[in-house]
Design a protein around this ligand. Sequence first.
Ligand SMILES: C[S@@+](CC[C@H](N)C(=O)[O-])C[C@H]1O[C@@H](n2cnc3c(N)ncnc32)[C@H](O)[C@@H]1O
Length: 267
Amino acid sequence: MGTNDMSATINIHTPEQKASGDFYGQYFWKDYDVQDAGFLRFIVDHVGHERLLTASSLLDIGAGSGKFSILLKQAYPHLEIEALDVSPDNVNTIEANAAASGVDISVTEGSVLGLPYENGKFDIVLCVYMLQHTPDPQRGFLEAARVLTSGGTVLYSIGRENGLGIVHTKTRGLFGKVPSSLRRSTVLPFVPLYWSLLKATGSRKASENDLTIDLVDWLYNPLQKFVSESEMVSWFDEANLSYTPLGYTGLFKSMHVCRGIKIERHS
Ligand SMILES: C[S@@+](CC[C@H](N)C(=O)[O-])C[C@H]1O[C@@H](n2cnc3c(N)ncnc32)[C@H](O)[C@@H]1O
């Protein structure tokens, strides 16, 4: 099925999706520090240095601030990097951040639910911390795999249903009426507690700004679609990807990091 056929069968620009795309730009991406070596390490550790060295093209889906694309271009200048985001505002921010960092990457406005690329175009695809903010994570998952070349590597980090769904829904219900200008300040008192919980559960270290982003996201992002682990594993099969689980990040291990390699098809 071609990209246009996919876009025709689903409305990929619902008001909820637009609000979800604009959400980060509104709160964070404009003054975001993209030069944090920890972010580069996250990708290199999970994708693999050798794979990054031998690949020639990489797609960063839901690129946000552009941090992964920018850091990767600086570390692996031979890579042709395409950063894609659904929000025009974020696209502008990625372009500005790339220019300020002096790197040459392509930036495209588009949705993971109907990627504007032919099958098998990229050697590496990143789909990190973004599928749960779309109306259809499964479709996005399969789209990311579709544009991956045979033998190519895709890195997913996906919101996982970890048994706290009801707590999450109720808390979001309570906070739902807070005006957008006050949202950031409502989570600040909880940042130290969140930091301690992450430390106690051995999750990734993060800056205060990142922890604030996590909390605002958890409470206020209009689209939060977590999926069960077994469902997610079945998508790897459906997409003809090998499955390598790489652990969890976030509070109560709510984000599942996993890698797939597209299995070569012999006709
Ligand atoms: C949590 S941020 C993650 C950004 C980046 N991947 C990172 O890890 O820092 C989610 C990003 O996905 C983008 N996004 C949401 N829905 C999308 C969609 N359907 N297609 C492409 N990008 C989308 C948002 O605009 C936002 O920038």
